[in-house]
Design a protein around this ligand. Sequence first.
Ligand SMILES: Cc1cc2nc3c(=O)[nH]c(=O)nc-3n(C[C@H](O)[C@H](O)[C@H](O)COP(=O)(O)OP(=O)(O)OC[C@H]3O[C@@H](n4cnc5c(N)ncnc54)[C@H](O)[C@@H]3O)c2cc1C
Length: 643
Amino acid sequence: MYLIYLLRRDLRISDNPIFHHLQQHPNTFTHLLPLYILSPNQIEVSGLLHDPDNSGSPYPQARSRLGQFWRCGPHRAKFIAESVWDVKQSLKDRGSDLVVRVGRMEEVVRQVLQQDEFRGKVGAVWMTKDWASEEVEEERKIEEVVEEEGDGKIEWKVWDGEEMLLHDNDFATSDPAQVPDVFTSFRKSFEPLRDSIRSPYISTPSKLPPLPPHIPAQAAPFSIPDSLEEFSRALRKPVEDCGLGKPISKPQGATTAHPFIGGETRAHERIVHLIASGSISSYKDTRNGLLGEDFSTKLSAYLALGCVTARQINAYMVAFEDGKDFPDFGIGLQFEKAKVFKSRGFGKGENKGTAAVRFELLWRDYMRLCMRKFGNNLFSIEGFRGVQQQDNSYNNNQRKNKHNSDNSYHWSDLSSLETRTKFTRFLRGETGTGLIDASMRELALTGYTSNRTRQNCASFLAKWLGIDWRLGAEWYECMLIDYDVASNWGNWAYVAGVGNDPRGRNDGSNGTEGRKFNPVKQAWDYDPRGEYVKAWIAEFEDVPGWQVNDIFQHPKDEREREVMSQLKKLEWVNRPLVRIQYRPRAEGKSQTNSKTESTREEKSERERIPGDKYNKLYGHARDTHHVEKKGKNNIEPGTGALS
Ligand SMILES: Cc1cc2nc3c(=O)[nH]c(=O)nc-3n(C[C@H](O)[C@H](O)[C@H](O)COP(=O)(O)OP(=O)(O)OC[C@H]3O[C@@H](n4cnc5c(N)ncnc54)[C@H](O)[C@@H]3O)c2cc1C
């Protein structure tokens, strides 16, 4: 009997419930067909046309609903190609292979089941569960096909994907409606978190059933390349132009914070590196960083495609904390044990860093559970709020909150030229607000930007520019290497004030208030030397001889005047989209919220920087002598990532 396993966002061999089952029950199936299907509504497939000059794609382009962006841009397309090829190789090493096909999932499955060579031989079609609405719909359609083609004789099973930190069976209830609307309430039911996490599957099959003898060819007009290079090129080529117009210049020497290659093996190597280098132990202090590879884990893209699971990350951390050998997940991982044994905190129990990683992974779970709870409301302009306001079971304390009665959402769409112009400037990183511009350019050039700047950019679009937050979410979907339906849309909704942020909701005036980040203050707090802004804004390079430190250390320097005059010649600097009001309280001291997490080193650096000079650089504002207003516009930037 044959088993067809449809892989989606479970691109791994280890801690994979289906491969684990096959290892435990080796003789259930004579043949296995692992199938990865590129769904043409989620990723542009025209690069895989056999003869692109003579045949068009039968599918509409894979573009987003509101902004018409590519649903999967070039950065993630590359990462997907690498991750797919990595599983393919691992399966080959185990006597199998990964068959890649293009088409709507149910059509491809039907085509396979209709082959003479498959008739009466398929015992089961399995896949792992995904909760996003398109994927749920996919599952429904495949089930129908399996039912029809198999005459009820083919087993259809959707397995728990085991991709969360916690396990479904550990929740008090399986009813998604019972997921608390506030993260803190959710988190409290799993304390201490370290003890609430199950172990991942440790054993991994070293041998799998072979492929069926006849594999149906890719249906015309597509063909699947047989090398990673060609496959990756075919996925990237049609989406290279993301509609930004003139290419964004990359400053010389700007290096991506996410140089990582996709795939299961690389994911595990990354975890070992984080532990051996000590980065995981310092994570709590560095996670709000902006530049470099190791200020945060950079595991998000691996998690999003299922190259690694949250429980595997936890298992490595537990071994480190307990001073034990790393678990052997059977993927042939090579690393220097001695380095791990010598790493800071080895054998000394949970530390601030490892606890903080667990905490963030719990946020990831929470976003997933909210997606289950709110379904398609995730994509509506009112987000979760729309549902919560109608929901009688909604938490009483929140009901009492006057903000909650607001249902006025006045975000602009792209129908006016003015909004379109503003939005394009936002996407291109030409708003005239340094932190935002640097982040939007980093995103477009590399596919990654830190959590701190993501929060600022989302807040800037939704709350300072008053533009429909979903356009931003769609742009992130296109651009992010680590795009994940639940985390992306959930975080955007949260920052826009229509998600699960008790402090983020609207105040009833124009739908764009609530918790609002001040990106100038945030730049003060998180980029005190201006290194991040300078790293990603190429125009700063044109100013001869300019060094960030020169400005700050020699404020009367000729070069400083030159920098300012050069900057003012730039239209987007001279006419910022918003002039953000923020002024340090006194020369040399910023109005720092006591809750903001900035290191001691940053604070002492800040004290050496004259406020107005600094503010000019970040706000790009001509007149920086604004005084922050008291009252409802007094801005309270958030502390950690949604925490
Ligand atoms: C507007 C916005 C959009 C976002 N879009 C995505 C997205 O599409 N995909 C995505 O994985 N994350 C998203 N995030 C969350 C977060 O920014 C990224 O997970 C994080 O920056 C990835 O880098 P890292 O792996 O180094 O994170 P780390 O700081 O090392 O965190 C460890 C892991 O915890 C999880 N995590 C951390 N913060 C969050 C969070 N706020 N919500 C959910 N999970 C979290 C991630 O899996 C991450 O890999 C978004 C945040 C914002 C504000």
